[in-house]
Design a protein around this ligand. Structure first.
Ligand code: FES
Ligand code: FES
Length: 198
């Protein structure tokens, strides 16, 4: 099964989801003892996060962001809307940006999950984090970890992105403070830092 869902694909599939929800609502009630009725049970799961194998017990309905924050204590990933609209929860799944609020923890098993903590180099900031600091690419900071991860994912695809590629790469990450000009400049600077091996 394809892991997670790209942010763009999620937005375009919302309409289909409404239809599905209506069908589910009309379906007969689930019998006791079925997998759905047992949703409260916990299952053991091994996640590969920031290069480490992490064992965790979750309910099948647990989202990836819940597992990351509440189960593993990695609170750098922020919950915003928690419905696939803002991008605050962005992490990398096998190097690609994904909304952690729109993915079950179970779906991430077997993938390499990277959170903002995983970009650190020991006590030093990673290139994207450093560029955000140098360009004051945040105000309240709530969107910042998601923006950083989206830039990291973008630079793994395009080492020297154009402004248009940066805009498109960050289109799924909203900043209510409107710090976009600084964020775009930081993305450019991060590309330069990465290009020089930092
Ligand atoms: S918290 Fe996940 S998209 Fe807003
Ligand atoms: S810095 Fe406040 S939401 Fe982006």
């Amino acid at each position: 099964m394809k892991r997670g869902m790209s942010r763009r694909r999620f937005m375009t599939s919302v309409g289909a989801g409404v239809t599905t929800a209506a069908a589910v609502a009309a379906a007969p009630r689930v019998a006791r003892g079925s997998p759905v009725a047992e949703a409260g049970r916990r299952v053991d799961l091994v996640l590969q996060v920031n290069g480490s194998r992490r064992r965790i017990a979750v309910e099948p309905r647990t989202t990836l962001i819940e597992a990351i924050r509440d189960g593993l204590g990695l609170t750098g990933t922020k919950p915003g809307c928690e419905r696939g609209e803002c991008g605050a929860c962005t992490v990398l799944i096998d190097g690609r940006p994904r909304y952690a609020c729109m993915m079950l923890a179970l779906e991430a098993e077997g993938a390499e999950v990277t959170t903002v903590e995983g970009l650190m180099r020991g006590e030093a900031l990673g290139a994207v984090q450093q560029a955000f600091v140098e360009h004051d690419a945040f105000q309240c900071g709530y969107c910042t970890s998601g923006q950083v991860m989206a830039v990291e994912g973008l630079l793994r695809q395009h080492a020297d992105p154009s402004l248009e590629q940066i805009r498109q790469g960050l289109a799924g990450n909203l900043c209510r403070c409107g710090a976009y000009a600084h964020i775009f400049a930081a993305a450019k600077k991060a590309a330069t830092l990465k290009g020089t091996g930092r």
